[in-house]
Design a protein around this ligand. Sequence first.
Ligand SMILES: NC(=O)C1=CN([C@@H]2O[C@H](COP(=O)(O)OP(=O)(O)OC[C@H]3O[C@@H](n4cnc5c(N)ncnc54)[C@H](OP(=O)(O)O)[C@@H]3O)[C@@H](O)[C@H]2O)C=CC1
Ligand SMILES: O=C(O)C1=N[C@H](C(=O)O)C[C@H](O)C1
Length: 264
Amino acid sequence: MPIKLAVHGAAGRMGQRVVACAAADQGFQIVAAHESVDHPQLGQDAGTIAGAGELGLQLSAVTDSDAEVVIDFSVPNASITIVEHCVKQGTPLVIATTGFSDQQINTIHQAAETIPVVFAPSMSPAVNLVMKLTEIAGGALKDLPTGVDVEIIERHHRFKEDAPSGTALKFGEIVANAMDKPDVTHGREGRPGQRSAGEIGYHAVRTGDNPGEHTIIFGMLGETIELNVAASNRDCYAQGALMAAKWVLNKPAGLYGMAEVLGF
Ligand SMILES: NC(=O)C1=CN([C@@H]2O[C@H](COP(=O)(O)OP(=O)(O)OC[C@H]3O[C@@H](n4cnc5c(N)ncnc54)[C@H](OP(=O)(O)O)[C@@H]3O)[C@@H](O)[C@H]2O)C=CC1
Ligand SMILES: O=C(O)C1=N[C@H](C(=O)O)C[C@H](O)C1
């Protein structure tokens, strides 16, 4: 039997790709496609909106459905609403939205005491593999006597609302833990003085329609390592989210990441 799936944020850039990829996957049946109560396309066919052909499923505000799992690509406040809905319904949830406040993250952690939740800033298998490589590189370079400077550059489309990206922040967390670098610098201007050893630099570039690129620079005296991972379209995230949805379905309550889904 196909898995009954609800997509939250279904008319957005990512929601449309999830709808299109799930519609093409016999392992899924999309039973709900949600947007905000005042979304201008409510009532229209979710498949048509996604350019995937008519599915006979109207875009709707969040309502009870027979979904077995929910995928969320929306905005933080709306994600919290769907988190609360899933807790009430006992429905497993994949949260791909980024840009949460600490308080909202606490709410997600609490929800995961009741339902299984996959929560990850990048659903891309390649990005999650590069996270592993970053951890290995950071651990290996940690004690280099001449020092290693880490800077993280992320590039995204002009429409992105949060910065740095959730993925860049996760890369930073990995480096901070692996290399004991507690300080953070966002860009530089004026005369900030020499770089300190304990800082991680973040640089958020916003141009055109870039679907997401991350570069982690390990700068040493005399040589440089750069780990780079770039999406050429959004389907790496959509397909990753569908993998997470299949994986989380029969898991016990708990908070999971993509590394667990992918077995990394
Ligand atoms: N983890 C991952 O792999 C990835 C994560 N992301 C993250 O996913 C999120 C969405 O990205 P993207 O699709 O590009 O953004 P979009 O703005 O295109 O999509 C977000 C959608 O959520 C909708 N929305 C807003 N309010 C509500 C609400 N109250 N209830 C339901 N839906 C609502 C928006 O509607 P409206 O247009 O009316 O505001 C919009 O359709 C971002 O946080 C992004 O960083 C993106 C790509 C990959
Ligand atoms: O908004 C996006 O587009 C993306 N957001 C995610 C993030 O903030 O890390 C993941 C991906 O890079 C695309």
